[in-house]
Design a protein around this ligand. Structure first.
Ligand code: ADP
Length: 743
């Protein structure tokens, strides 16, 4: 090989080596560049991480400081809370779900008087044990075991009720425990010693007040009796004085004495009753009684005032409602007296209607009774109606203030009806009238009087004459229900026109305008209808008795009349009357009465211990032709019953030695088996205050309340006059010849 070639080869090799070197250098710098980029990226990442770390660090610092603040706050709150709990005077404790004490305030712990065991961790049951063992609690009537059992049982309930415990030192602690969601219990121990003492003081004060109230009631009851007795004398004597010759001025004085006396008696009775109700002293005394008779007795009592005022009193007792019930007749009569009395008092013209309806329930043996007293009086304004059953509530207006009263009557009536589980109500239209009523449910009593329907068969056609539509309607209804045909006439003139040959009986009102009942009897007789039995319904039978036309009247019936009595009287008259169709219409004189002077006098016994009352009674009957004897007490009454054989006895109820009820019971015992039954009329001081309890049950037939009223006494005597005695009216008339009955 030439040198040139060798050189060329070397050059080529050098060039190739140079190219390789260049290549490697290029590769190296590329790798260097990549490395540089990577290093850059890494540096950036490190920078970022470093910033993040710095952030987290500051955040951490902040949270740490917040936590410190929060902890400090919690500590403050806890301290405050605990401080507050400590300052509470009442005991406060927490227990966990296992009934272990978590914590308690000083007040709570102080009850245990330094017992070191009572500290957080002690169980509730152990606390109870310590309380009894150490005598911290007074378990009163319970034994320590029973007390702990009672307390533990209570503690275990999900919601323990409050309990009051008595501590050894007479402190009273009320425990109120509240169970939380996790089973923890917060226990509060309130010191209620002051409240308990106060309550005890109040109880003692109340007992003292009640005792004083009872003493007041007893005093009132005694006083009212004491006041009533002399008042009786005052009123009775004043009444007798009105019958003597007086000049006008004297009569005014006497009337004022009598009216004031009577008003005072009403007030005394109201106040007494009200105080009895207030003192819860009033009790009901149920006994069998006749409701219809009771209502008629009230109506009778009002009759003199009704008559004086020219009103009409109507009783509409549902024909199909039994009359005998078991209830307190005295109290029912009192309510009726008040409601009917008000109706009469607040009515100047028109009528007072007592309507009794009801539904007997054979299943329960009770009757739902509904009594309504309707009047055509002054009425009550709608805005006042709601108040009048309240105490001392009187409607204060011009029309009303002309009437006297205590404003207690309706309040007493309401309370009495409520005591009977009944309700009272009123409806009223000013200027038109009022309707007061009550509903009660009473057990039905044995011995209901049957309606004499068979005897009524003899009456086919009755001519009813009454100027008052309400009376006519009532009689039509009552007779119509028995299947009797009724022709109702509004006046005597109409009756004269409408009477026909098929009329079996004329039933006429006494007091009618233009032609009264007795004038109608005369007119009928004059026209040849004298054979048709004529029955007069009168609110003043005394006046009718002494009228010359009396001979034309078959019977005078006091109105209003219980329907059973009306029916039986009409049936009896129909029974004795011959058939008017066959008998010629001629004057038929009344059955001859035994001539006066030949028959014996009626014997009347009055048992009354009070001399003044005896005098009043004697004077009241002085115009009657009767044989009167007095008994000073019940025993004498029984003796005189044997010796004197009275036809009628008036019996005072409160008498020394043997009272009126006992004497009556004795007389009834003597009568047993003899078939005799002497009517006995009780004279009671105040029928409405419970004095009447058992009066009718004791065998008395009727009763009259004091002060005695002459017309009522005369009525009773007249009614009881036997057939073999001569009439009690003296010939020539007595004090009632003027037809007026004085009250
Ligand atoms: P008083 O003793 O005043 O009659 P009551 O309690 O019986 O007391 O009656 C309260 C009041 O109710 C009466 O004063 C009267 O204003 C009114 N009142 C009661 N009944 C009637 C009635 N039938 N008509 C009109 N007002 C009546």
């Amino acid at each position: 090989m030439s040198l040139v070639n060798k050189l060329a080869e070397e050059r080529r090799a050098r060039l190739a080596a140079e190219r390789l070197l260049e290549l490697k250098q290029a590769e190296l710098s590329a790798a260097n560049r990549k490395l540089g980029r990577h290093a850059l990226a890494l540096t950036r990442q490190i920078g970022e991480k470093q910033a993040e770390v710095a952030n987290v660090r500051t955040e951490n610092e902040r949270v740490k400081s917040d936590l410190t603040v929060a902890n400090a706050k919690i500590e403050v709150a806890e301290r405050r809370l605990w401080h507050s709990i400590q300052t509470i005077q009442d005991g406060f404790a927490f227990f966990d779900a296992e009934s272990k004490l978590i914590g308690a305030n000083t007040a709570y712990l102080s009850a245990f008087d330094g017992l070191e065991e009572v500290a957080p961790g002690i169980s509730y049951m152990r606390i109870l044990q310590l309380m009894t063992d150490e005598g911290i609690v007074d378990t009163e009537a319970l034994s320590p075991e029973d007390w702990r059992r009672m307390m533990t049982e209570r503690w275990m309930t999900p919601t323990p009720g409050p309990v009051v415990i008595r501590m050894w030192n007479d402190q009273y602690i009320k425990l109120i425990d509240q169970r939380g969601h996790g089973g923890d219990v917060v226990s509060l121990a309130l010191d209620i010693t002051a409240t308990v003492r106060y309550e005890a003081e109040l109880r003692a004060a109340r007992a003292r007040a009640e005792a004083a109230n009872r003493a007041k009631s007893a005093f009132l009851a005694n006083m009212s009796h004491e006041i009533r007795t002399p008042m009786n004398g005052v009123v009775g004597m004043a009444e007798l004085l009105t019958d003597t010759a007086l000049d006008e001025e004297q009569r005014l004085y006497v009337n004022t004495i009598r009216n004031s006396g009577e008003a005072l008696l009403v007030i005394i009775n109201d106040v007494l009753d009200y105080s009895k109700i207030e003192a819860d002293k009033l009790e009901l005394h149920p006994e069998p009684f006749d409701l219809e008779r009771c209502i008629h007795e009230v109506a009778m009592l009002m009759q003199p005032t009704v008559r004086d005022k020219g009103l009409s009193m109507v009783v509409d007792y549902d024909l199909f409602l039994p009359t005998r019930f078991v209830g307190d007749p005295g109290r029912i009569r009192q309510v009726l007296t008040n409601l009917v009395g008000n109706a009469v008092k607040f009515t100047k013209a028109g009528h007072v209607l007592i309507r009794v309806t009801g539904v007997p329930d054979a299943g329960t043996g009770r009757g739902a009774i509904h009594v309504a007293i309707e009047d055509t009086g002054i009425g009550i304004a709608p805005e006042k109606v709601g108040h009048i059953f309240g105490e001392f509530n009187q409607v204060e207006d011009e029309r009303n203030r002309q009437f006297e009263g205590t404003g207690l009557g309706l309040a007493i009536s309401r309370r009495l009806i409520e005591m009977m589980d009944g309700t009272v109500w009123v409806e009223s239209a000013p200027g038109k009238g009022s309707c007061f009523g009550f509903r009660i449910s009473l057990p039905m009593a044995e011995g209901q009087e049957p309606i004499p329907s068979d005897v009524m068969g003899r009456l086919r056609h009755v001519l009813v004459v009454d100027d008052l539509p309400v009376n006519r309607a009532l009689l039509c209804k009552q007779l119509g229900q028995l299947g009797v045909r009724v022709t109702a006439c509004a006046s005597g003139a109409e009756a004269l026109e409408r009477i026909g040959r098929d009329v079996d009986l004329v039933l006429s009102d006494h007091n009618m305008p233009e032609m009264d009942g007795l004038e109608l009897a005369e007119a009928l007789n004059a026209r040849g209808w004298g054979s048709v039995p004529f029955v007069l319904l009168s609110s003043n039978p005394g006046a009718a008795q002494s009228d010359p036309a009396r001979r034309l009247v078959r019977a005078i019936l006091q109105k209003p009349l219980p329907r059973a009595e009306l029916f039986s009287r009409l049936a009896a008259i129909a029974g004795e009357a011959g058939s008017p169709l066959q008998a010629p219409p001629t004057v038929r004189p009344d059955a001859p009465e035994p001539p006066a002077g030949h028959a014996r006098r009626m014997r009347v016994l009055a048992a009354e211990d009070n001399r003044t009352n005896q005098l009043v009674f004697r004077k009241m009957v002085k115009d009657l032709d009767i044989d009167l004897r007095f008994a000073g007490n019940g025993q004498e009454a029984v003796e005189l019953y044997r010796e004197f054989a009275p036809d009628l006895i008036f019996m005072d109820i409160s008498m020394p030695r043997m009272d009126g009820k006992q004497a009556t019971a004795e007389i009834r015992r003597l009568e047993a088996g003899t078939g005799r039954h002497v009517p006995i009329v009780a004279l009671t001081a105040h029928a409405m205050t419970g004095d009447s309890d058992g009066i009718l049950a004791a065998g008395l037939d009727h009763y009259l309340t004091k002060p005695l009223r002459k017309p009522l006494i005369h009525d009773r005597i007249r009614e009881a006059c036997p057939r073999d005695a001569r009439p009690v009216e003296m010939s020539g008339g007595g004090a009632e010849e003027d037809g007026l009955v004085r009250l």
